[in-house]
Design a protein around this ligand. Structure first.
Ligand SMILES: Nc1ncnc2c1ncn2[C@@H]1O[C@H](COP(=O)(O)OP(=O)(O)OP(=O)(O)O)[C@@H](O)[C@H]1O
Length: 201
């Protein structure tokens, strides 16, 4: 038995035949969060994908206890549907009530854009729409790759409120970001401490 929702134990990450990272240990219990730090190309996105189960671990284990919601650079929303329609599609797939979509739109300041086709959204609006999909998913495990990219300060504040509610409700968050995130109390993981030995020499 375990209280953890997400656990990485001795994880090593390989990409394109190159060992990027090794020895990653992380346990997130309800209400906890972690932030991956490191320069470009260090493997932050790769580790997020690995935590999502989209990339196999080269070594170690990844345990997930609950559904996962991922926000990364891919849109994952039907560009030709309205924003509410595209989010509604995922709500049906996720088996969550339609009200979750309205709540998520409201939380991200997108209610007025509910009937706009996704393809017409601006960069920042699209990013908020992707975060709305995560918020509406009902998943306890949020994996957020650069969630503040393209967001203005008001939107970052909305993201902060969303994050606070998710953690207070017993969810967990693993994020990667170059920017400061509204993720108070997050465990910071500096990936440069996890380079393979030959890369450290
Ligand atoms: N599909 C792939 N096949 C092979 N190598 C890849 C693939 N995707 C990424 N890589 C390589 O893996 C390394 C880590 O990439 P990753 O995107 O995880 O880094 P990152 O820390 O998120 O970078 P950034 O800060 O620029 O977003 C890079 O050297 C990249 O070239």
């Amino acid at each position: 038995m375990s209280d953890a929702l997400l656990r990485l134990s001795g994880v090593a990450c390989m990409r394109g035949g190159r060992l990027l990272l090794r020895g990653i240990d992380l346990t997130l219990a309800p209400g906890q969060s972690a932030l991956l730090r490191g320069p470009n190309g260090m493997g932050k996105s790769s580790l997020i994908r690995l935590a999502a189960g989209l990339l196999p671990a080269f070594g170690g284990t990844v345990e997930r206890y609950g559904k996962v919601a991922l926000s990364d650079e891919s849109l994952a929303l039907d560009r030709d549907r309205t924003l509410a329609g595209a989010l509604g599609f995922w709500a049906r797939m996720d088996g969550v009530p339609a009200a979750a979509v309205a709540d998520a739109l409201s939380a991200l300041g997108l209610s007025a854009l509910a009937d706009i086709p996704v393809r017409m959204l601006s960069t920042g609006q699209r990013k908020r729409a992707m975060l709305a999909r995560v918020a509406a998913s009902g998943a306890p495990i949020w994996l957020l790759d650069e969630p503040a990219n393209g967001l203005d300060s008001a939107s970052v504040a909305m993201l902060g409120a969303l994050i606070g509610r998710h953690l207070a409700g017993g969810g967990v968050i693993l994020a990667a970001s170059h920017q400061d995130l509204p993720l108070p109390g997050a465990l910071e993981i500096d990936l440069s401490a996890h380079l393979p030995q030959e890369a450290q020499a």
